[in-house]
Write a new protein. Structure first.
Ligand code: PEP
Ligand code: CO
Length: 449
């Protein structure tokens, strides 16, 4: 259990909270928070504990974490097809990785609550007009109008409801037969099927179907939950602390506090100050926590934060998600790995190869290059192997849809094609085909044969 010395779910209020929206009407905001705190939790403590146990396994190399989804979910895209496509691509990637790595893949979506975004500046200039920055659909609207950019606390309630609707469908898809391994062929998206990646996936799916058929032929039942259901967890950046506090509940089973807005929460690279409100809040909840670590980190500070968040050194509690950028991993990762190893902390190491590889294309779009993403990942794996530590997971921004946001990949998407279906309101995502290709590339790295 976490160290709850002097901690309450509101003790973070005594600390500086960066990246919070400037809610214009405090009374309205308080009323919303009050209402949220009476609404049912979105996830249950028992599920959170299950995930933590699986992440503990991943930290020892006995499982592998696959975390991914939109940079920023949008209320207007909270639809059944979008949720289904996101789930499908993650299930496909998980199958590819499970088959290659011979170990369970822990599936965690950036979904059902990823509505709050940190920004580098409070305001932005659009067409010469200075507007409050877009901070995610749970704060304000992307529309470039002053009125729409003023944070509105009713959006927190809407975010809660959208998260509940998303989770409800995810639970139906994962428990109700859709995610059964018997349907492994059906997860392939129409637009991917004819591509080289789609065909590689079809071949793998056929091998799995044959294995299932073989089991049935010799009389082993394949009618079991391990094959017919998927375990799928949710995560988002724990950014707006009032919202997170309102969904934090005491568990009647173990008496601990759990942030029931998602199974796993992560702390962004911009809000992980040792004496900041985010660390204060998260140290007291029992969820598994991710923390992004970018190139500007200080090793001693990271160690102190890990001490504070996980004083009992519980395995599965902390996932450090490194995001250094292609060409920078060699500079930062070995020192960090050695220091953490020396400290004796149990850490699950994951790589986010997206956030430090963003650049502006000539077309003006914010993009990422498939090759650079892959190259950061390769470096991550190689350095872990040479340091004798475990590369236990990956973290992507991706979508199941046919978008054109990241350049490269098997179709060699170019700068001038980005405008065709550039739909993200925040960072560029891998499309379904690029995501499968990435999974096959990782599979080649982790293949145990
Ligand atoms: C993110 O994951 O969307 C994000 C903002 O990441 P980071 O904190 O690593 O910049
Ligand atoms: Co992002």
């Amino acid at each position: 259990m976490t160290d709850q010395k002097n901690w309450t779910k509101s003790s973070w209020n005594q600390y500086t909270a960066l990246q919070q929206p400037n809610w214009p009407d405090q009374e309205k905001y308080n009323a919303v928070i009050e209402e949220l705190s009476t609404l049912p939790p979105l996830v249950f403590a028992g599920e959170i504990r299950d995930l933590k146990a699986m992440l503990a396994k991943a930290s020892k190399g006995e499982a592998f974490l696959l975390q991914g989804g939109d940079c920023s979910e949008e209320f207007s895209r909270c639809t059944a097809p979008n949720i289904r496509e996101s789930l499908k691509v993650l299930l496909q990637m998980a199958v590819i990785l499970t088959y290659a790595g011979n170990k369970p893949v822990v599936k965690v979506g950036r979904i059902a609550g990823q509505y709050a975004k940190p920004r580098s500046s409070d305001t932005e200039i659009i067409d010469g007009v200075e507007l409050p920055s877009y901070r995610g659909d749970m704060a304000n609207s992307i529309e470039p109008e002053l009125e729409s950019r003023i944070p509105d606390p009713r959006r927190l309630l809407k975010g809660y409801n959208m998260s509940a609707a998303t989770l409800n469908l995810l639970r139906a898809f994962t428990r109700g037969g859709f995610s059964s391994l018997h349907r492994v062929h059906a997860w392939n998206q129409e637009f991917v099927k004819q591509s080289p990646m789609g065909r590689s996936y079809e071949r793998l799916a056929t091998q799995i179907s044959h294995a299932l058929k073989f089991m049935e032929t010799i009389g082993i039942s394949t009618d079991m939950p391990q094959l017919k259901q998927a375990q799928f967890f949710t995560s988002h950046e724990a950014l707006f602390l009032g919202y997170e506090e309102a969904l934090t509940r005491e568990d009647s089973v173990d008496g601990g506090w759990y942030d029931c807005s998602a199974h796993m929460l992560w702390i962004g690279d911009r809000t992980r100050q040792l004496d900041g409100a985010h660390i204060e809040f998260l140290r007291g909840v029992n969820n598994p926590l991710g923390m992004k670590v970018g190139p500007k980190h200080n090793i001693d500070e990271i160690l102190s934060i890990v001490d504070r968040l996980n004083p009992d050194n519980e395995p599965g509690r902390i996932t450090l998600i490194t995001r250094f950028g292609d060409g920078e991993v060699e500079k930062h990762l070995p020192g960090l790995l050695r220091a953490v190893k020396k400290s004796g902390h149990h850490i699950l190491w994951s790589c986010d190869p997206m956030h430090a590889n963003t650049f502006k294309a000539d077309s003006g779009h914010k993009t990422r290059d498939f090759e650079k993403i892959l190259s950061e990942l390769r470096c991550f794996f190689e350095i872990h192997w040479s340091e004798g530590t475990i590369p236990g997971g990956v973290h992507f921004e991706l979508t199941g849809n046919d978008v054109t946001e990241c350049i490269g990949g098997a179709r060699h998407l170019t700068d001038d094609q980005l405008g065709q279906r550039y739909l993200t309101t925040c960072d560029p995502r891998l499309n379904a085909e690029q995501s499968l290709e990435m999974a096959f590339q990782i599979a080649d790295m982790i293949r145990t044969s």
